[in-house]
Each structure stands twice: as structure tokens, then as C-alpha cells.
Design a protein around this ligand. Structure first.
Ligand code: ADP
Ligand code: ZN
Length: 209
């Protein structure tokens, strides 16, 4: 079983690495940010409200996130494991996850602050399939996966990035200690190129089996 959680500040490359880990181990990538952007919350009124919370860089309430993730993890493709990207983001979410599903490892992408801004500012997102890429790997302004047009994310503005970072420090950073106490934390150096980080993650994951 590989029930994995990816931890790291906004812009640490969780989405990029999650895709690679999922390819390697044949398990689904569950990005709560992407699910929210796709509108997984059925009620349109609620969906609008959540999108405005996201655009401000704030967090969606725990009870909504917990239910959304619980529903998703019930699907049959999660039978051999999953990679959660963007969840948990608070201690309450982490406790909910441990109580309801339990994870094997929490992989921390330990990323120096100066790299984060560069990564977020270079982020481009497909307006059709939601795929996320860094400009450094793109040669055109279309999505390498589906050919859709690429744009920037509504919450990738300088003020919002700062707010997301502060929220990370206050609410999400404590998860590192939480998973350390459970002996589930795997600390990975998140600096260097995306490929270098992928190699580190895959090597460590293989050694953990
Ligand atoms: P990043 O890749 O920069 O970490 P995400 O795509 O994971 O951003 O998430 C974008 C936004 O979606 C968050 O800023 C937040 O508003 C909302 N969101 C995603 N996951 C959660 C969560 N687990 N709890 C609360 N809000 C969330
Ligand atoms: Zn696309």
C-alpha cells in the first residue's frame, strides 16, 4: 500500500512531483486545489463562494475539505494507494485523515524560500485540463497534454502568494511535527531542478517499499 501525502509550501512543486510519483507507482494523483478549481462542490452558490476564498489565497473550511477528500478516497482507483497533494493543510484535516483512512508516509518537499517565488511566478495552468507547468519546460503557450490554452492562476498574484505563504507557516507547517511524531515524515531536499527532485523522491520511495 502506498498512501502518501505531499507536504511543502505553495510553489514547492508538489503538483509536479505528484504526477511523477503516480506514474512510477500507478496510483492516482489527488490534488484538492485542482478538484476545487474544477468545481467538485456540487452546489453552484457554494462553488462561487469557495472560488472567491481561493482567489484571496485563504483556506476552504475544514469540514468541506474533509468530506470532499473522504468521498474521493472511497473511489475504487484508490484501492492500491494514492498521492494527496494539497491535503491536509491543517492539523484538523490531518487528524481527520488519520482517523478515517490513515497514510503510510508524508513526504516533505523541503524547498528554500527564494526558489518558491520563482516557481510560482513561472507557473502556467491549462484552461482546459487543469495541468500545471513551469515556463522553463514549455516551448509554446499550449498545454503539452491536451493542446489547451495556458494561463496563470487567479491566486498567483504577489499579494496572494504572500498571504498563502503566511497561512502555510501558521496552519500547515505544524503538520511537519505532527507526522514526525507519528514516524511518518520523509524529508526530501526540494532544491535543484524538477528532475533532480523527482529522482530523490523516487529513490527514497523505492527504499521505503
Ligand atoms: P498550491 O499548489 O499553491 O499549494 P493548490 O492548488 O494546492 O495550491 O490550492 C489552491 C487553493 O485551494 C488554496 O490556496 C486553498 O484556497 C484551496 N485549497 C486546496 N486544498 C485545500 C485544503 N486542503 N484546505 C483548504 N483549502 C484548500
Ligand atoms: Zn491541458
Amino acid at each position: 500500500m502506498r498512501k502518501l501525502v505531499l507536504l511543502g509550501p505553495p510553489g514547492s512543486g508538489k503538483g509536479t512531483q505528484a504526477v511523477k510519483i503516480c506514474e512510477e507507482f500507478g496510483i492516482p494523483h489527488i490534488s484538492t486545489g485542482q478538484m476545487l478549481r474544477e468545481g467538485h462542490l456540487a452546489d453552484p452558490e457554494l462553488d462561487r463562494e469557495m472560488k472567491s476564498i481561493m482567489a484571496r489565497g485563504e483556506l476552504i473550511p475544514d469540514y468541506l475539505m474533509n468530506e470532499m477528500v473522504k468521498e474521493r478516497l472511497r473511489k475504487s482507483d484508490c484501492i492500491n494507494g494514492f498521492v494527496l497533494d494539497g491535503f491536509p493543510r491543517t492539523i484538523d484535516q490531518a487528524k481527520f485523515l488519520e482517523e478515517n483512512v490513515g497514510v503510510d508516509y508524508a513526504i516533505l518537499l523541503d524547498t528554500p524560500e527564494e526558489l518558491i517565488e520563482e516557481r510560482i511566478c513561472g507557473r502556467r495552468v491549462c484552461t482546459v485540463c487543469g495541468g500545471s507547468y513551469h515556463v522553463s519546460i514549455l516551448t509554446t503557450n499550449v498545454c503539452p497534454k491536451c493542446g489547451g490554452e495556458l494561463g496563470t492562476r487567479a491566486d498567483d498574484t504577489p499579494e496572494t502568494i504572500r498571504k498563502r505563504f503566511d497561512i502555510y507557516q501558521c496552519l500547515t507547517f505544524p503538520l511537519i511535527e505532527y507526522y514526525t511524531k507519528l514516524s511518518k515524515l520523509v524529508d526530501i531536499d526540494g532544491s535543484g531542478s524538477f528532475e533532480e527532485v523527482t529522482k530523490r523522491v523516487i529513490n527514497v520511495m523505492r527504499s521505503l517499499k
